[in-house]
Ligand binder design. Structure first.
Ligand SMILES: [Cu+2]
Length: 65
């Protein structure tokens, strides 16, 4: 599992948006998003880390490194 910090999520709607955005990145599966931890975990089979971060910032949240 890979992890990514995500800043700016405040409710379950944010969680759902982030989850959907990550699921739409080719190569990501088993996406889970935790509101309290401000963190997403997923299995990454080949997606570029930059592309993953871009998918998050595109919908208005701030990805960590
Ligand atoms: Cu929200």
């Amino acid at each position: 599992m890979e992890k990514l910090q995500i800043r700016g999520m405040s409710c379950q709607h944010c969680v759902a948006s982030v989850k959907k955005a990550l699921e739409n990145v080719p190569g990501l599966s088993q996406v889970q998003v935790n509101l309290e931890a401000g963190e997403a975990t997923f299995v990454n089979s080949g997606a570029d880390r930059g592309k993953i971060r871009e998918a998050i910032s595109k919908i208005g949240f701030e990805p960590g490194e």
